[in-house]
Design a protein around this ligand. Structure first.
Ligand code: ZN
Length: 380
């Protein structure tokens, strides 16, 4: 169907001299919806391998996200019914973020067999990308593999579940997916499941939107600790966050969230949450979604890159410069024009330089801090 470049591209250090490892993308979801190839440069979506090379992206977390069943059946119609512009692709792709802003309109929890079937498809998609890349891309399972990839220019893909809907109460699927390569798991997306309660998308609002983890959710955290699967807090509500903080022996991680004091979205982190992340030696990945950056919560793409650096400054001030990374949300959110796809990542690096970030700090934020947390969580 498509021409796959088997040529090994040059190392990732071309565009900025510094590779970026990114805490979140929804590319596994976007590829089948748009029908594009990961190996050909496209104007659709935000991330493919040629554009990753242009932008010095060395790799990132590839999320497996399960859409609501009725949404999969007919993509645009429910969006239109819910008042979302069918051309607002991020909103359509992610399955009606709008409907998750009202706790009284939440869809029913999805069936396990459906979620497992969909997860199987998405995980297979990732492994097929690895196979088709003929060595240009690799699913990383250890910190040493991640370090190696970032050093030699092999594109590093970390398997992540955004929501644990595909995990059964006996954790059989968790065991199997771990053996396959699962190394990071968000207990919830922004909806409830058998393990906990995600934050509905609200602005301005506190992330303290409901109850904490279920007993099964607490057991899931322990299982993830035992196996060495990173637990991602980005879509959890605040009570769930504190439950994980009390139970988990690993660093606390929010792969793609911002600063609540600047943008009061439920998806962002309060100062108390940031303090807990710092105390645990954890990390926060900066989310590029305009609605989680803009001080007024505006979702349009006409957002200055300086606003992204404002969040980075606040994260560095609260966490220290070794606990801040990037977590773009490419292919799952509305990006600011200046980084409208991954090829423009160097613009963000330049904006950091313009604000006075030196090369050593930029390296930490770009990839070294993620490496540090993966080493602590997975073992070196
Ligand atoms: Zn997300």
């Amino acid at each position: 169907m498509s021409t796959i470049s088997t040529e090994r591209s040059a190392p990732v250090t071309i565009a900025t001299g510094i590779p970026v490892f990114d805490g979140h993308n929804d590319t596994l979801l976007d590829l089948p919806l748009t029908g594009r190839s990961f190996f050909e440069r496209s104007e659709q979506g935000h991330l493919d391998l040629p554009r990753a090379r242009e932008g010095s992206l060395g790799g990132g977390f590839f999320a497996v996200f399960i859409r609501d069943p009725e949404f999969v059946m007919d993509v645009p119609a429910p969006a239109v019914a819910a008042g979302i512009d069918a051309d607002d692709r991020p909103a359509v792709v992610m399955g009606l973020a709008g409907r998750y802003s009202d706790p009284d309109r939440l869809p029913p929890q999805m069936a396990l067999d459906y979620a497992q079937r969909e997860a199987m498809r998405a995980v297979a998609r990732l492994f097929r990308l690895e196979a088709e890349s003929a060595g240009a891309a690799k699913v990383v399972r250890t910190a040493a593999e991640l370090r190696q990839c970032l050093g030699d220019g092999t594109f590093a893909m970390e398997l992540h579940f955004e929501g644990a809907e595909a995990i059964d109460p006996e954790f059989d699927a968790l065991e199997v997916y771990y053996q396959a390569g699962l190394r990071s798991l968000g207990i919830t997306w922004s909806r409830p499941n058998r393990f906990g309660y995600g934050v509905p998308f609200q602005f301005p609002a506190s992330p303290d939107t409901g109850p904490g983890l279920t007993d099964l959710g607490k057991a899931l955290v322990r299982e993830c600790n035992r196996l060495g699967i990173m637990v991602d807090l980005s879509h959890l509500n605040e009570a769930g966050f504190w439950d994980v903080a009390a139970i988990s022996e690993a660093p606390l991680v929010a792969t793609h969230s911002n600063v609540h004091a600047i943008c009061a979205s439920t998806r962002n982190l309060t100062e108390r949450q940031l303090d807990a992340i710092r105390a645990s030696e954890g990390i926060v990945g900066l989310n590029f979604n305009c609605g989680f950056l803009h001080p007024e919560g505006n979702r349009g793409s006409d957002l200055d890159l300086g606003c992204m650096v404002d969040h980075l400054d606040a994260l560095v001030e609260r966490l220290g410069d070794d606990k801040v990374g990037l977590g773009s949300d490419f292919d799952g959110a509305t990006m600011p024009e200046g980084v409208r796809d991954v090829s423009l990542l160097p613009n963000l690096i330049e904006a950091m330089r313009a604000r006075g970030y030196d090369d050593a700090t930029i390296r930490k934020v770009a990839y070294e801090n993620w490496l540090r947390v993966m080493e602590l969580t997975w073992g070196a």
